[in-house]
Design a protein around this ligand. Sequence first.
Ligand code: MD3
Ligand code: FE
Length: 206
Amino acid sequence: MTVLPDGVRHFPACLSPEEQRALLDDIRGVVQRAPLFTPRMPRTGKPMSVRMTNCGSLGWVTDKDRGYRYQATHPVTGAAWPPIPDRLTELWREYSDHPHPPEACLVNFYDETAKMGLHQDRDEETFDAPVLSISLGDACLFRIGEIERKGRTVPLRLESGDVLVLGGASRLRHHGVDRIYPGTSMLLKKEGRINLTLRRVTKPTR
Ligand code: MD3
Ligand code: FE
C-alpha cells in the first residue's frame, strides 16, 4: 500500500456513476459557453498537450507573451467565465475543510496521448486553501513529488469518480500526469480524461 504525504487525501470512487454523469453534463454546459482552448508555455509558446477551459470568477490561462495567470475572461472569446456549477461548489464544501468558496475551476481535457509535466501550483495569491481535484473518464498515472523539484515521487493511479484534496504541508508539492490509460472508462463518448481543479485564488476579504 502506498502512503501518501501529509495533507494529501485521496478518496477513491467517491462519486457514483450517476454523480459522475451529472457532473459531466454540468461540464458540457460550461464548455458550450467557454470552449476548450490550447494553452501555450510562457516565452517559448510551445502548446501544452492538455486543452483547457474554466468556470468561476477567475480562470487559469497561459500564453507566450503573458505567461501563467488568473483572469476573469476567456482568452479567445473575451467573455466572462461561466459560474461554477452548484454540484462542484457542494463538493468543495464537503471535502475542502475550508470556510471560503472556490473562485476558480480549471477544466483540463486530456486526450489519450496528453500529459502534464511535474510542476507546482503557485499562481494563486494565497496557499491557505487546498486544491480539490476531481477525475472523470479514463484513468491516469499521477505523480506527487516534493516541494523541491528534485527528490522522490509517489505514483498514484486516479480513476473516474476519484476526489483528491491537496492542502496543508503538501499544497506546494510538485505533481504531474505521466500518462492516460485509454479505454479504462466508459463515461466519456471517446477516450480521454477530464480533470476538474477547484481553487481559491485571492485572499478572502471580510
Ligand atoms: C499534489 N491538474 O491543472 S490537480 C493542474 O490531473 C493540475 O489535471 C491535475 O495539476 C490534473 O495544475 C490535477 C492535482 C494537484 C494539485 C495540487 C497539488 C495535485 C497536487 C499540490 C500538491 C500535491
Ligand atoms: Fe497542478
